[in-house]
Design a protein around this ligand. Structure first.
Ligand code: SF4
Length: 432
């Protein structure tokens, strides 16, 4: 059978669709890029905002137009919270909620899925849906917190972790077929292992991956600030751990954080960021913030903005508050007009751009390890290679060789179109 896979939203959704791709291939099915040639079309939806839910519906309709005879299987957070709205869309043959998503391939094909510890090369296994150098690995799902704006905790249920050995095996498998970097993902990654009583579960997992695999680079996705003890930063004594922390703040105002039921304050967040910067040289700290949360006055926004400026993030995702069904915030008073949200978002996005530029330009003239991920084009002078440093600076170089899957030291020389021109250190490239 031919299978077309699509995902929206977060890295966790991406990790799940990549895993499904490997499972379908393992059963001998073909993953196709063109929906018009597919028998099955799987959509992993998102519901984090109203716009995300709208995009999910639009994608299902688009796929039905592209392949009227195909069977569309819809899963993900939107399918979980609004199955009836999905089931009536044209071409939808089944709706699989988040609690049954891990069995989706088995449900669709009727055949059980093998675990990942068999010899991969024998199966001529390929990496994720798009064969990337970097693999997203789902290690945890669900969340036991109750942030009042969040629909994810509604859509994904209680916190639960994958067995440590299962994760290590999957990473060994992916490295064996060429992956150079793994990104650990979850709904609430920092709570890994809490469901079996291990408050330091994530530390145990990272230590096990670094000890029991030869994977060159390990990256952590989003971490809630309250999960990180000062000892957590000891992990970065290991240079294979990428120096990038994504710490969602959501608001820089204590009064707003209280209404959001966020388990952090300005003072706690400031201390955490200071400790991280002291313990991890050149660490990139990025964040998420919401503007226009119910009750956010001009004064509260001004406090939030000033704190965000003080934190000097190297990147910021700015979300306009979106009323989500089933969340406590949806029932709150003081909803902020869209026009005001837009103005506030624009102010923070300008801050974010300056922060990112300031961080990246600190490294001009310095040499950092770059994982070259793809060839983005070619010129007379050579291939245009694109990749990322471990602290997530996007770099490009023009080189006679295609450097995909290689990690090389590279000297960053100047900024061009939002990325850094880099010169890879030649002798570091062997074999090609
Ligand atoms: S920690 Fe809060 S924002 Fe994050 S998934 Fe849980 S409830 Fe949602």
């Amino acid at each position: 059978m031919k299978v077309h896979l699509r995902t929206l939203g977060c890295r966790l959704n991406q990790a799940e669709i990549d895993r499904m791709a490997r499972q379908f291939r393992q059963q001998g099915h073909e993953i196709v890029d063109d929906p018009a040639s597919a028998d099955w079309l799987v959509v992993n939806t998102c519901a984090v905002t109203g716009d995300a839910a709208r995009s999910s519906r639009q994608l299902v309709r688009e796929l039905n137009r592209a392949q009227p005879g195909g069977q569309i299987v819809v899963t993900g957070c939107y399918a979980h919270i609004a199955p009836a709205e999905i089931a009536v869309l044209p071409g939808v043959s089944s709706v699989v909620d988040n609690l049954h998503k891990d069995k989706l391939v088995e449900t669709v094909t009727g055949h059980p899925v093998e675990p990942f510890d068999r010899e991969p090369l024998e199966r001529d296994d390929k990496r994720g849906a798009a064969g990337r150098t970097r693999a997203f690995i789902k290690v945890q799902d669900g969340c036991d917190n109750a942030c009042t704006f969040c629909v994810t905790t509604v859509a994904r249920g209680a916190g639960r972790s994958r067995a440590l050995a299962d994760v290590v095996n999957e990473i060994r498998h992916l490295h064996a077929i060429g992956c150079q970097e793994a990104v650990l993902t979850g709904v609430h990654l920092g709570s890994y292992g809490h469901d079996w009583g291990d408050r330091g579960g994530l530390v145990s997992l990272v230590r096990a991956i670094l000890a029991d695999t030869d994977l060159p680079r390990l990256r952590l996705s989003s971490l809630e600030p309250w999960d990180l003890s000062p000892e957590f930063f000891d992990l970065w004594e290991q240079p294979r751990l990428c120096r990038h922390l994504h710490l969602p703040l959501q608001s820089g105002c204590d009064a707003t954080l209280k209404r959001m039921l966020r388990r952090t304050t300005q003072a706690q967040f400031r201390a955490l960021v200071r400790a991280a910067r002291e313990r991890i040289p050149d660490v990139r700290i990025t964040s998420d913030v919401i503007v226009g949360f119910p009750g956010e006055t001009e004064d509260e926004f001004a406090i939030s903005r000033a704190f965000i400026e003080e934190m000097d993030f190297a990147g910021l995702h700015v979300f306009r508050y979106s009323k989500r069904p089933g969340t406590a915030a949806a029932r709150m008073r003081g909803h902020v007009p869209e026009a005001v949200k837009k103005t506030r978002a624009a102010q923070l996005l300008a801050l974010a751009d300056r922060g990112e530029r300031r961080f990246n330009e600190r490294f001009i003239g310095r040499t950092l390890p770059v994982l070259w991920e793809q060839v983005a084009g070619a010129t007379e002078a050579g291939f245009v290679n694109v990749g990322y440093t471990d602290n997530y600076i996007r770099a490009f170089c023009i080189h006679p060789r295609a450097l995909t899957d290689h990690i090389t030291p590279a000297r960053l020389s100047r900024r061009e179109d939002g990325q850094m021109l880099a010169a890879p250190v030649l002798e570091a490239i062997e074999g090609r």
